[in-house]
Ligand binder design. Sequence first.
Ligand code: PMT
Length: 407
Amino acid sequence: MRTDNHAKRILLGISGGIAAYKAPLVVRKLRNLGADVVPVLTQNATRFVTETALQAVADNRPRTDLWDAEAEAAMGHIELARWADAVVIAPATANVIARLAHGIADDLLTTLYLATTAPVFVAPAMNVRMWEHVATQRNLERLRDDGVTVLGPADGEQACGEFGPGRMIEPDEIAEKVTAAISTRVLDGTRVLITAGPTREFLDPVRFISNRSSGRQGFALAEAARDAGAEVTLVAGPVHLSTPTGIERIDVVSAQEMKDAVTQRAPDADIFVSVAAVADYRPHTVHDQKLKKSQQPSTDFRVALKENEDIVGSIAGVEPRPFVVGFAAETENPLEHAREKRRRKCMDAIVVNDVSDAAIGFDSSDNAVTLIHAGGEMGLPKMRKGAIARRLVDEIATLYASAGRGS
Ligand code: PMT
């Protein structure tokens, strides 16, 4: 089991229905949102999805058997039930729902359900007739009375060819709902403005200067801030990411457009987090028509550049202003450069990542950062950008409150 003791710890129960083939995706989505996941399969689930696949995505050994002496010696089932911050059963078949509703603990998953005090979520998946059956509805009512949250099901075409309610809701919806429900609402009542992604500085209608930012780190922060209770506005450069639910998104292209969008919204923000990789320079002249090769000298073609205004500096340098957190993408002496950048741009805190490491930073799933503020520094080792985001949101909320800005 990994040791990131701030990640949310989730037991993912998987029961034996066709939707079990989506369980590795549920694991991946939960991990992307910063969770540590231990899959627990019923015997029937092992007919639909392999332990090998789940082990690979969860990076934790799946559990299947109450009588597995080796697994029990490593962590007994009662200990496992205590370890969990949440238990999610996806898919939950009619059979497993019935056993949970009646307190029947005849395998590892149902035993864990009785032994845990953590919140429990079930995502039903079954044939429409089984879903509509009075016995299933009675069992679900009982589970709801017992405090279990029922996620879905979705309506539509089923694996058996019938139509109607009974499909498991999609893995990203399960992950988002569960993570939001178990997040600590450390930013309740705050308004957070975040920039993400690159900017594009056009030379002519087809050519531009930009960088490798994918927007993933900024979008992950926006989701984490939303789950922590904040009202989030996300100013996004050109990225291929869908808008997270519940977040206001403003799309921009150039640094100038990003500056205009931020300047307009900063007076309403309590916290501004500048994750965007804003281009420092733009071409001096933007040509209306595509530049022809024949019009340029055959060698040594030069483009005159002019400096873009510093967005985060322009917000941090003028009172009244929000609590300002910048990011620093460095390739050498990251801490030294980031400390200097924080002071120079008057930021309350800065998050530095070493972008010379191809496994983190630009356009990767993982990051490793150090948060630097006036009172100290905190390193976060390599983990998913969602996990980094959640840890940063907790720290930013603490700093914001101790700066006397929060409630
Ligand atoms: O998008 P991903 O693929 O997930 O990658 C994430 C990331 C590597 C882009 C991110 O973690 C990151 O490091 N973002 C900051 C990138 C950057 O531009 O760093 P910088 O050191 O050049 O700028 C310092 C700060 O000034 C940043 O907060 C930046 O947003 C801000 N800035 C820079 C220039 C400018 N004209 N205006 C600004 O506001």
